[in-house]
Design a protein around this ligand. Structure first.
Ligand code: SF4
Ligand code: SF4
Length: 309
């Protein structure tokens, strides 16, 4: 009997990306993440259910339009001081009736159930760019490992279609669920944000035991897999060389080949507007983006045999 493939909850498919694997890539963003990083730049990917995003500056005005208010069964639609849409989140049931009717696209659904066929069709539309650039499909999120059956089915189908595949992952999953996903990938970006589990929990909401253990499993079971470990460098959290050195040492201890590399990513606050769209508050709103020069300076101080990117 043929296995039934579940649908995936996807919140975005972004084309022509250049920094998430080799060549030109299409990113498929899985909705739902076990971490709550204070610096997260994709807050619309955190929860494992569809959510309403509100771009009130696109709203025509409640007075001259008001269609959303007319269809809302929860009476959750109000107006801000400019007369534009303001959703009372505590009343909203995420029925999405307002999204369907809004003529200005001020209201957007974040999170849609999609089949493997639907995702592959969108990804394959840019196939010509992948073959010329060595690019392909990258699973991102949120956390793709939270939907392991869909991820496996998508990767198998991508392989049948001749697409190169990569993942951006927190590594926070049971190994038995993560393993079949990792096994099918050509390239892995693996986040290790902090080595101290206590600091990790304080800043991301979860301890890092699973993440470190899974990295060790990954190196042991797939020693030739190209893996880039990434650390987002966050001011006041992990922007000192001692903390980064502990991560570099851990990578060096576990890596079995030079295909395992280490990359430092400078903090940026590009995601701050999205918190407003999602009705959430951004914990690091007063923090400025970090320069690449600062990160390059930290990189130069690391002592490691692991190739630095
Ligand atoms: S999603 Fe549904 S309940 Fe929420 S504001 Fe829109 S119409 Fe109202
Ligand atoms: S339907 Fe759209 S444009 Fe009209 S009032 Fe509501 S949010 Fe504004």
């Amino acid at each position: 009997m043929q296995r039934e493939v579940p649908l995936g909850l996807i919140f975005n498919i972004q084309k022509f990306c250049l920094h998430d694997g080799p060549g030109i890539r299409t990113l498929v963003f899985f909705k739902g993440c076990p971490l709550r990083c204070r610096w997260c730049s994709n807050p619309e990917g955190m929860t494992s259910r569809p959510e309403l995003a509100v771009k009130s500056d696109k709203c025509i005005s409640l007075k001259s339009c008001g269609l959303c208010a007319s269809v809302c069964p929860q009476k959750a639609v109000g107006q801000n001081e400019d007369g534009r849409v303001l959703i009372q989140r505590e009343l909203c049931s995420s029925c999405m009736a307002c999204v369907e009717i809004c003529p200005a696209k001020a209201l957007e659904r974040m999170g849609k159930l999609m089949s493997v066929d639907e995702v592959i069709k969108k990804v394959k539309a840019d196939e010509a760019f992948y073959s010329r650039s060595g690019g392909g499909l990258t699973l991102s999120g949120g956390e793709p490992l939270l939907q392991p059956e869909f991820a496996v089915a998508l990767l198998e189908r991508a392989k049948e279609e001749g697409l190169e595949t990569a993942i951006e992952t927190t590594g926070c999953s049971e190994w038995e669920k993560a393993r079949p996903v990792f096994e099918r990938l050509d390239f892995i970006f693996y986040d290790i944000k902090l080595f101290s589990s206590e600091l990790h929990e304080k800043n991301t909401g979860v301890p890092n035991r699973l993440i470190l253990e899974n990295f060790a499993h990954l190196c042991e079971e797939f020693p030739d897999k190209p893996v880039t470990v990434r650390t987002p460098v966050i001011p006041g959290v992990n922007d000192d060389v001692q903390q980064l050195q502990t991560i570099a040492d851990f990578i060096e201890k576990n890596a079995r080949s030079k295909k395992v590399r280490y990359e430092l990513l400078p903090f940026h606050n590009f995601g701050s507007a999205k918190y407003e769209f999602m009705g959430k508050s951004y914990p690091l709103k007063d923090l400025h983006s970090m320069s690449t020069e600062h990160v390059e300076g930290l990189k130069k101080q690391l002592k490691t045999a692991v190739p630095l990117v």
